[in-house]
Design a protein. Structure first.
Length: 169
């Protein structure tokens, strides 16, 4: 069996990165914020999947995609791209009834990067939100925070209120 492959988009506007808010359909499943993106279909390149997924999840059209790095993700190795989109405002994707339930999209602060590194800031790919079952406010965990392909530590982006605010359907 081949390894699952994914593509993810880092879309930055006015110092903020576009994140997608989703909820698991599984009983007791949680919610999370993630970069727009998803799995590759058979015969599809990472860039083709990226363009399709960005449009499906945000309604935005990719005008340019520059490959940044490969990194592990809970559902498979992910090709991360720095993406420029055509003008327009993002909106939550249509609910297909199968994958995670789309709850909204929002622009969250980009992690700061020291000027001397000359790197590309890649925000956390996924921020897991606590479920209502006894988790304290602010207990979010960051699955990955990567800069230039090396782990940069679990950084937080914005306040808990900012992380939970989303543009809903």
């Amino acid at each position: 069996m081949s390894e699952r492959r994914r593509a993810a988009a880092v879309i930055v506007r006015d110092g903020r990165v576009l994140m997608v808010h989703e909820r698991s359909r599984r009983s007791g499943g949680g919610e999370w914020w993630t970069l727009p993106g998803g799995g590759l279909r058979p015969g599809e390149t990472a860039e083709e999947a990226l363009r399709r997924e960005v449009f499906e999840e945000t309604g935005l059209v990719v005008s340019d995609a520059q490959y940044v790095l490969e990194m592990p993700y809970p559902s498979g190795m992910t090709s991360v791209f720095a993406v420029t989109v055509a003008d327009g405002e993002p909106r939550a994707g249509q609910d297909d009834g199968f994958g995670p339930e789309p709850l909204g999209v929002d622009w969250l602060p980009v992690p700061e990067l020291p000027i001397e590194t000359h790197g590309v800031p890649v925000p956390p790919l996924m921020v897991v939100l606590p479920t209502l079952a006894g988790h304290a406010e602010g207990a979010e965990s960051v699955a990955a925070d990567v800069v230039e392909g090396s782990a940069a530590g679990a950084g937080r982006t914005g306040t808990a209120t900012e992380r939970r605010r989303s543009t809903t359907k």
